[in-house]
Design a protein around this ligand. Structure first.
Ligand code: 3PG
Length: 213
């Protein structure tokens, strides 16, 4: 039996384009973000993927990406469940600030810790550990049973809510996690074993995708 899980970070948002910390703010996709989402759908189609169920966050950039992927696959009728547990990490007081300006104010090292470390929260916001504490139980309770019962499952969410899941799926140490980037609109395909471990995975990040600065 195939137990396939696909994770996709939403396409470029208006605030990604402006290089602003976004968190729980709700900007839409840019034109490029729409294209990235469609491209994700085309890549999954080329891989022969057919979804049985989809999950996304309560934020519009992830929801639209999910719809565009399903639409490219000719699968608009697939049931999609939305939940706040999959929302982006709350960036607290950094929300709305420019990432380069933040580096100038607090220094490169401090900002990198806020963005990529496991347990250092940005002021007033969530650390990745906090994000894991809400996203992982939801994943285990609501998403994993579908995958294990053979339903090909799509999760379209955010850089950090997905890193929260990937840390467990890929068994990354906090050090390895510091370097694990997710690219907008690039699907990661996992084949799972019956005991919830990963048999194999492929990150389809390629030339059409670009790192968000
Ligand atoms: O919320 C944000 O600003 C982005 O979606 C993720 O930002 P990061 O790469 O700084 O974690």
């Amino acid at each position: 039996m195939s137990r396939r899980l696909v994770l996709v970070r939403h396409g470029q948002s208006e605030w990604n384009l402006k290089n602003l910390f976004t968190g729980w703010k709700d900007p839409d996709l840019t034109e490029k973000g729409v294209e990235e989402a469609k491209e994700a759908g085309r890549r999954l189609k080329a891989e022969g993927v057919n979804f049985d169920i989809a999950f996304t966050s309560k934020l519009i950039r992830a929801q639209r990406t999910n719809q565009l992927i399903l639409s490219e696959l000719g699968q608009r009728g697939v049931k999609t469940i939305e939940d706040e547990a999959l929302n982006e990490r709350d960036y607290g007081e950094l929300t709305g600030l420019n990432k380069d300006e933040a580096r100038k104010t607090w220094g490169e090292g401090r900002v990198l810790l806020w963005r990529r470390s496991y347990d250092v929260p940005p002021p007033g916001g969530e650390s990745l550990k906090d994000t894991v504490a809400r996203a992982l139980p939801y994943f285990v309770r609501e998403i994993l049973p579908h995958v294990l019962s053979g339903r090909t499952t799509l999760v379209t969410a955010h850089g950090n809510s997905l890193r929260a899941l990937i840390m467990t799926l890929e068994r990354l140490t906090p050090d390895q996690l510091l370097k694990r980037e997710l690219f907008t609109g690039a699907p990661v395909i996992y084949e799972m074993n019956a005991d919830s471990t990963i048999a194999s995975f492929r990150d389809l990040a390629g030339p059409a995708t670009k790192k968000v600065q």
